[in-house]
Write a protein that binds this ligand. Structure first.
Ligand SMILES: NC(=O)c1ccc[n+]([C@@H]2O[C@H](COP(=O)([O-])OP(=O)(O)OC[C@H]3O[C@@H](n4cnc5c(N)ncnc54)[C@H](O)[C@@H]3O)[C@@H](O)[C@H]2O)c1
Length: 309
């Protein structure tokens, strides 16, 4: 199958590209490398260093004629979204509208859209959070990711495009940026391997849904052939505290430097995990990599990457 992955040089997108290539698909990547890296992209995939807003993006879709577009390009930082809401909406809302328009124009069968379970629902009214939970984002990023969902559903309703929308929990794993402001696993792994102290926000008892990235990629593989019209949470269904992450990572890295404690993050949701029953029922998907195993693989990959530098 010919599949175009936007954002395929990024953290999650590059693992999805690997899974597609491994399954024998013909994969093209469109990525402007704003946060992604050329070195993340599987050698079997064609990389176009192009912005999804650029005119050239249309030529790539017209030439490659993908059957599926896996849309993962985004402004993916809550912090950047707060600092620059217009840019955030342009990339996440406008960019997705463009992907949908080109999909309709060039006869793409299906769009798989990466939304955000951690931000579109806002403060949870029930735990775990099901897909029917009210949509009440508390950040510009959460709002713009939801705008993207609306455009994808519009393309389905008005032009008959198939779609699957995934609302991911907090993904972690190899290639996540340790220098970003989000992604506690990557940040702590980078610091521990460098022998630096980690700063735990608040008391560290905040509990979120952390999912190993290979499980995210597997959901995307299943969505190529199933789940039309599906909006599904992709997480573990359980919460893990920052203190637990710190402990498991310390064991895996051999860290002995004690943590610091900083103030709690303003506006941070304290407890959050996703009900993933729907993905299991419709796609037969459930996470297969335990948290401890995911951490072990992450530390190994970060060690190898540090050694290669
Ligand atoms: N990381 C998570 O836990 C998480 C959770 C929920 C949803 N998501 C979503 O998953 C997707 C991937 O996130 P990620 O964590 O891998 O982030 P990432 O920043 O590593 O990946 C995003 C990719 O998109 C590219 N990109 C950004 N703007 C672009 C543009 N205008 N044109 C072309 N390419 C562009 C970047 O260079 C990068 O490679 C995003 O859509 C994000 O909103 C991520």
């Amino acid at each position: 199958m010919r599949i175009l992955v936007t954002g395929g040089a990024g953290f999650i997108g590059s693992h999805i590209v690997d899974a597609f290539v491994e399954a024998g698909h013909d994969v093209a990547v469109v990525d402007n490398l704003s946060t992604g890296r050329r070195s993340n992209v599987n050698r079997e995939a064609r990389l176009y260093e192009v912005d999804i807003h650029a005119r050239e993006f249309e030529r790539i879709v017209a030439d490659f004629r993908p059957e599926v577009i896996s849309h993962h390009a985004a402004q993916a930082s809550v912090k950047v979204g707060q600092a620059d809401p217009v840019h955030d909406l342009e990339v996440n809302g406008g960019g997705t509208a463009r992907v949908c328009a080109l999909a309709i124009q060039y006869g793409v069968r299906k769009i798989v859209y990466a939304s955000s379970g951690g931000t579109v629902y806002g403060e949870p009214q029930t735990l775990p959070v099901p897909e029917g939970h009210p949509i009440a984002p508390r950040s510009n990023y959460g709002a713009s990711k939801y705008v993207g969902e609306l455009y994808v559903e519009l393309a389905a309703r008005t032009a008959g495009i198939e779609f699957t929308t995934f609302r991911y929990g907090n993904a972690f794993g190899p290639r996540q940026d340790p220098h970003g402001e989000a992604g506690v696993v990557a940040i702590f792994t980078g610091l521990m391997l460098a022998g630096q102290p980690c700063t735990i926000d608040g008391d560290g008892e905040q509990r979120k849904d952390y999912l190993y990235v290979a499980d995210v990629a597997r959901a995307n593989l299943l969505a190529l052939e199933a789940g039309n019209g599906l909006v599904a949470n992709i997480g573990t269904g359980v919460g893990t505290t920052v203190n637990e992450i710190y402990r498991v990572l310390s064991e895996a890295t051999g860290n002995t430097v004690p943590p610091r404690h900083g103030p709690p993050r303003p506006g941070d949701v304290r407890n959050f995990w996703l009900d993933c029953t729907r993905a299991r029922e419709v796609l037969g998907w459930q996470p297969e990599v335990s948290f401890e195993e995911g951490i072990r693989r992450t530390v190994e990959a970060f060690r190898a990457a540090a050694g290669a530098r």
